[in-house]
Design a protein around this ligand. Structure first.
Ligand code: COA
Length: 334
């Protein structure tokens, strides 16, 4: 009997505080009109000062576990995708989340793949489950991106927000529930496109590096934009062709929410209709690894995602990394 990996549930946590484009107009030389036109973002959420990535992640995870009908005792692997961990280097945010959820004595680790992190985590969960090594994997995409943003840099600070999303990936023998395919790729030739230079072994934490602002995210926005459109269009076309799936037959296209113009360009190249495309960019901005699970959760809570319906995910981020996935939702209806 073959084992398959099923996307069993979704959960998310959205911080309370809202930062609008009007608020940003007071902080940097920008305008609501520019941000809306160039990105599609109207507002984003910010975590409270005393709210960590793991706090948000644990709340999203508890919802995902409850919706899967599982307790902390059922989870046998925790994987957290984040580039804004509670602690740089150690311990991993996944271990902190495990503690907050009372998940004991199981493997737990982080994935660093920037905005592609959640789909990377999905591919890892699938491999563990299909190999028979784990039964119920908790995967999380969580970011307190506000903690690495330079709030004086208008090229980046308008884009990002905070939040968390989580899912449970479980073993099944029912092939109709199985994740169909995942592509996950990286190209290190583009390291400097999107980078937080410090702290790390190249630029350790010291006063000179802090004074130079190396702890903040740096992005070559326009070049990243062009690469994202080109790479994602090719990757998503490939995954659909490989699996003989027509874009018109995908009810839910759930792209990474970095820029509305990227989503639109890739969607148009695939011939996606507006009603197929899930959009949260206007209210959350770019929440990096949390973006896709937060979008899936929005769709689910609105009653728009039913058991067995196909999702097409695509994402692109620092590394550079990119990934796409085709899978049915294998959870209970909301
Ligand atoms: N408000 C007003 N003007 C701004 C601005 C802001 N917040 N940010 C940049 N500008 C200005 C620039 O200074 C530039 O002015 P200039 O022509 O006088 O030099 C002009 O707007 C155009 O800048 P450019 O960077 O070419 O704009 P853009 O159309 O590429 O939009 C981004 C900028 C960041 C919105 C866009 O490039 C983007 O979304 N990039 C990809 C983000 C992404 O996908 N990241 C990876 C995944 S996480």
């Amino acid at each position: 009997m073959s084992l398959y990996a099923a996307f069993r549930s979704i959960g998310a946590y959205v911080p309370e505080k809202i930062l609008t484009n009007a608020d940003l107009e007071q902080m940097v030389d920008t305008s609501d009109e520019w941000i809306t036109k160039r990105t599609g973002i109207k507002e984003r959420r910010l975590a409270a000062d005393d709210e960590s990535t793991s706090d948000m992640a644990a709340k999203a995870s508890q919802i995902a576990m409850d919706r899967a009908g599982l307790t902390h005792e059922d989870i046998d692997l925790v994987v957290c995708a984040t580039v804004t961990p509670d602690y740089f280097n150690m311990p991993s945010t996944a271990t902190v989340i495990s503690d907050k959820l009372n998940i004991r004595n199981v493997q737990a680790f982080d994935i660093s793949a920037a905005c592609s992190g959640f789909v990377y985590a999905l591919s890892v969960a699938r491999a563990f489950v299909e190999s028979g090594m784990k039964k119920n994997v908790l995967i999380i995409g969580a970011e307190k991106f506000s903690s690495i943003v330079d709030w004086t840099d208008r090229g980046t600070c308008i884009l990002f927000g905070d939040g968390a999303g989580a899912a449970v990936i479980s073993a099944t023998e029912d092939k109709s529930e199985a994740i169909i395919d995942i592509h996950a790729s990286a190209d290190g030739a583009y390291t400097d496109m999107l980078i937080t230079p410090a702290p790390g072994s190249v630029h350790p934490m010291n006063q000179a590096n802090l004074d130079a602002g190396l702890q903040y995210v740096q992005m070559k926005g326009n070049e990243t934009f062009k690469l994202a459109v080109k790479t994602l269009t090719k990757d998503v076309k490939e995954i659909l062709e490989k699996n003989n799936i027509d874009a018109a037959d995908i009810p839910h296209f759930i792209p990474h929410q970095a820029n509305y113009r990227i989503i639109k360009a890739v969607g148009d190249a695939l011939g996606m209709r507006e009603d197929q495309t899930v959009l949260t960019i206007h209210k959350y901005g770019n929440t990096s690894a949390a973006s896709i699970p937060m979008a899936i959760n929005d769709l689910y809570e609105a009653g728009g995602l039913k058991h067995g319906e196909l999702m097409l995910l695509d994402t692109f981020g620092g590394g550079l990394t990119w990934a796409s996935a085709v899978l049915p939702f294998a959870g209970k209806n909301a």
